[in-house]
Design a binder for this molecule. Sequence first.
Ligand code: CP
Length: 307
Amino acid sequence: VNHLLGIEPLSAEDIHLILDTAKNFKEVINRPIKKVPSLRDITVANLFFENSTRTKLSFELAEKRLSADVINFSASGSSVKKGETLIDTVNNVLAMKVDMVVMRHPNPGAPVFLSKNVDTCVINAGDGTHEHPTQALLDSFSIQQKLGTVAGKKVVIVGDILHSRVALSNIYCLKKLGAEVMVCGPKTLIPKHIHELGVEVSTNLDDAIAWCDVANMLRIQLERQKDKYFPSLREYSNMFGLTKERLDRIGKPITVMHPGPINRGVEITSDVADSDSSIILEQVENGVAVRMAVLYLLASKIKLKSE
Ligand code: CP
């Protein structure tokens, strides 16, 4: 069985196949009849052990647009709260004849662990500070849709790089597609060995946005910070918050992205988030087509195996 556990194991060819398939599905879901029968007789379980709005709803909609049968699970309110393990939980779900599992989990590596211990196709919907592969795929797809290509574009990822699975998956994806990548943020929130991934590092937002074609603004993940946050949120927004004044100063248009959820007034001001430079809601729209592509390509392998 094949899985989508992260972007790191994928080749550029794999990523191009997913993005090309997503392009076809984007056309399909813009038609009056949005549903296709591709996943008829396939059952997908969405297992969310951590909160989500966009990823959870987007996977569910993608599955329904593909005619899959869908069941949804949130750890809160489940028997996980009575001490049931991850493997037992998933094996009980699989006993109901489920074919694919989409899982978000707070522990890095949980989807890899699951893929080695249960007999199902696993799609990682975000695992702790590790990877968020479908977010990176939809981000690259959105850049491609807006700018025609990812190759050769200069993309800066701004914010809490240390705790961000979105940053890591984006770095892998953008580099594999031939983009130039920079990370920008406070020194305390940039991993020491990040250069090894072939990215530039800046601690100055004005320099970074002057350099880039695309700025992907990340949220400060207070929930993942063990120590007291430094700098303070006010200092952070002064130094790393994307404002209209900053964008006006660079004197060229750039594309502004954010994976959501936004902390308005911290990493980005409302006048930027809601401006014509922003493709934040296009990212959300594209998420459905990209997740349809991932589900379709993995389900095709399940179908082949059962024939
Ligand atoms: N971008 C993203 O993963 O958002 P959610 O946490 O709401 O799914």
